[in-house]
Design a protein around this ligand. Structure first.
Ligand SMILES: N[C@@H](CCC(=O)N[C@@H](CS)C(=O)NCC(=O)O)C(=O)O
Length: 216
């Protein structure tokens, strides 16, 4: 059984969404955010204190994009992966990592300096600079997705999952108001997927059952 440690709407949502798209069974362990403050015992499991942590037998992983790739290959073959023999293999890997390394990175700074830090440490300059940084990188998606249904491979893949998590996070950060029309339409479409809706319902139900409040 796959075990996923998750905070509502955190990066571990990528993994949860992938699990639901693939129809895999899993045990979802909900934690309050951030676990390093509100679930200090979690550090014994993951000394980084970060979410996600995925356990699958002897396998132990903490990087969301890598876990998505692990799932679609270990439990594949799956159309959610683009194979190395396909023309879009490079594009697939690029978008998969772009979602985390390029898009979520500046968002983390916006989140930290608007919500996570105590009021005296909040920093509007950092927020403004990294909001601009994020929106500039997002322009790459606007061009890539215009006139297309999915980012690559002509089908839904975990590259879409990875990038769409950044779009989900944008809503919380008040950045989604600045989406271009193609990104806005893409994001709207992706949220209508059954796998996305099931993942949202799954985290809500697990949070209620385990009495863990949703992330602020
Ligand atoms: N690169 C990692 C980043 C993991 C990460 O930083 N997760 C955030 C949640 S979205 C976290 O656990 N933050 C906890 C903290 O800041 O203490 C990934 O993609 O999974």
């Amino acid at each position: 059984m796959i075990t996923l440690y998750h905070c509502a709407a955190a990066r571990s949502f990528r993994v949860l969404w992938t699990l639901e798209e693939m129809g895999l069974s899993y045990d979802l362990k909900m934690l309050p955010f951030p676990p390093r403050i509100f679930a200090k015992e979690y550090k014994a499991l993951n000394p980084l204190g970060t979410i996600p942590l995925m356990l699958d037998g002897e396998t132990r992983m903490t990087e969301s994009a890598a876990i998505c790739y692990y799932l679609v290959t270990r439990y594949g073959p799956s159309p959610l992966a683009v194979g190395s023999e396909e023309p879009d293999y490079g594009a697939f890997l690029n978008w998969l990592h772009f979602g985390e390394a390029t898009l979520t990175f500046p968002q983390t700074l916006v989140y930290r300096y608007t919500a996570l830090e105590p009021p005296e440490r909040r920093n509007p300059q950092v927020v403004e600079d990294y909001s601009k940084w994020f929106l500039a990188r997002l322009r790459g998606i606007e061009t890539a997705i215009a006139g297309k249904e999915f980012l690559c491979g002509e089908r839904f893949t975990v590259a879409d999952v990875s990038v769409c998590y950044a779009l989900l996070f944008s809503q919380r950060l008040n950045l989604s108001k600045d989406f271009g029309p193609a990104v806005a339409e893409y994001w709207h479409r992706m949220q209508r997927r059954e796998g996305f809706r099931k993942a949202v319902a799954s985290e809500r139900e697990a949070g209620e059952a385990q009495n863990v409040p949703a992330r602020m």
